[in-house]
Design a protein around this ligand. Structure first.
Ligand SMILES: Nc1ncnc2c1ncn2[C@@H]1O[C@H](COP(=O)(O)OP(=O)(O)OP(=O)(O)O)[C@@H](O)[C@H]1O
Ligand SMILES: [Mg+2]
Length: 452
């Protein structure tokens, strides 16, 4: 799936008995939550080296990540029984204790691990355990304050509020013009399942997973997400992925974890990730490794391996879905994808009516305006209102009283603007025609009239 995993897989195919390579490959598979392949790799190591504890730990880890806690416990305990100084196994036992909600045991196991190997310190895990490091402890088990794992402790403590806003939106679907099919899709995929959890369970449908909205800029992705929260009176937590990546380099995955926790603590909540395409694994920039870590954290959080995602709805939005790592689109993740097109004529009319609310307007001719604004996005329409309002305002200042905005002002403003959605379709069309992964962009092709 990712270049790294693929090249490792190729290398393993060439030297299938190479134990160090198999271990690296197994671990990489675990990082990608590819449990079956991970187990197969570790088993192959054990065929050649039956005493290999790394491979045994890997198998226990795969069992833990795939939810088979009890078997994982048995295996991890066997490892520390054989060798009580196996720090990594104590870390796994810490996670397993947390999985079984035994915080006390988790804290004990965690302390054992750190005594043996301070570099294993893991702030995310500590948070989860509620582990308080004794302030005065200087027995060497505390990592150096400058060490990388803990250096940004203060920033980390600054909490997720700096990367996210928690709000309870007052807008509902009524504030969103047009988008009728999308509203219906959101009702079917998000609202009804949440309102009828028991019913959906009875049919074996699991809650969770996420919905990805994609399309040209300014066409209502953010607006409809917020309105969805308002519609069901849920909390809305909006996160820009770029913010997560930029704010605290090296702490991104902790920030991400805190955000999911924030949502869990405030369920029902909509966790809205804007610019998800920033999580592209193939990016070649200085943040590449940070991005990799965040992706893994994101996937694990989304899969509900770290905490229950019951009552949390995950929405993502992007203008560039083609950059998004394919791992995000697996079942249980962003497995539902919705194309948000520019508004058609009736939708533009509805948006214009909404934008005209609370404006001093004289006999608005929304129909004509909608006709004259082909290819305009909702945001473009809003700009038209802004420009026209400015004109009316300067007239008002001249005469010293409120002068109503006229349809003519709006039509004039249209002329000075170019629709902003066209450029997006030029890129999208190429992806849709030449890289239409399993019909991912069919809606774009239908919209462009290329496909029926
Ligand atoms: N369907 C709509 N109804 C009412 N207003 C709309 C609609 N679509 C867009 N707008 C207006 O345009 C603004 C921008 O829309 P929004 O931020 O939701 O677009 P977006 O698809 O998230 O864009 P981007 O991809 O740039 O993030 C909204 O705040 C709203 O004022
Ligand atoms: Mg947006």
């Amino acid at each position: 799936m990712t270049p790294r995993l693929d090249s490792l897989r190729d290398a393993v195919a060439l030297s299938p008995q190479n134990i160090p390579l198999l271990l690296i490959f197994g671990q990489a598979c675990l990082d990608e939550l590819n449990f079956d392949e991970a187990r197969a790799a570790f088993n192959r190591v054990l065929q050649n080296d039956p005493a290999n504890v790394q491979a045994k730990l890997g198998i226990a880890g795969a069992l833990y990540l795939s939810g088979n806690t009890s078997e994982a416990v048995v295996r991890a305990e066997a490892l520390v029984q054989a060798d009580p100084s196996f720090a990594e196994a104590w870390i796994l036992l810490t996670r397993l204790a947390m999985a079984e909600s035994d915080q006390t045991l988790a804290a004990e196991n965690y302390q054992k691990a750190l005594k043996l190997k301070p570099s294993l310190r893991d702030p995310v895990l500590e948070r989860e355990i509620g582990f308080e490091w004794p302030e005065t402890s200087t027995d060497g088990a505390v990592p150096d304050a400058e060490s990388e794992t803990w250096e940004s402790a203060e920033e980390f403590d600054a909490g997720p509020n700096e990367v996210a806003d928690l709000e309870r939106p007052e807008i509902s679907f009524a504030s969103v013009g047009g988008m009728e099919e999308i509203k219906e899709e959101i009702r079917m995929k998000i609202i009804y399942p949440l309102e009828n959890r028991a019913l959906f369970k009875a049919y074996g449908k699991k809650p969770g997973g996420g919905v990805l909205l994609y399309g040209p800029p300014g066409c209502g992705k953010t607006l409809i997400s917020k309105a969805t929260a308002g519609e069901i009176q849920a909390n809305f937590i909006s996160v820009g992925i770029h913010q997560i990546l930029d704010l605290y380099v090296g702490n991104s995955e902790k920030n991400l974890h805190q955000l999911f926790q924030l949502a869990r603590d405030n369920a029902p909540a909509i966790l809205f990730f804007d610019e998800v395409d920033a999580l592209a694994a193939d990016r070649k920039d200085f943040r590449e490794s940070a991005i990799r870590t965040v992706i893994n954290q994101f996937l694990a959080e989304m899969d509900g391996n770290i905490g229950s995602n019951e009552g949390i709805l995950i929405l993502g939005a992007t203008n560039a879905p083609w950059h998004l790592d394919a791992a995000f689109r697996r079942p249980g993740r962003f497995d539902r994808v919705i194309f948000v097109p520019p508004p058609d004529e009736p939708a533009r009319e509805a948006i214009i009516e909404i934008l005209a609310r609370d404006k001093p307007l004289q006999r608005l001719d929304a129909k004509t305006l909608a006709k004259r604004t082909k290819e305009f996005s909702g945001a473009d329409l809003r700009s038209i209102f802004d420009i026209a309002t400015e004109r009316a305002l300067s007239r008002a200042m001249k005469v010293g009283r409120v002068v109503p905005l006229t349809t003519d002002d709006l039509l004039q403003a249209c002329k000075s603007m170019k629709p902003s959605t066209r450029a997006w379709f030029e890129s999208a069309k190429n992806y849709a025609l030449y890289a239409n992964q399993g019909g991912f962009y069919d809606d774009v092709l239908t919209f462009l009239g290329i496909r029926k």
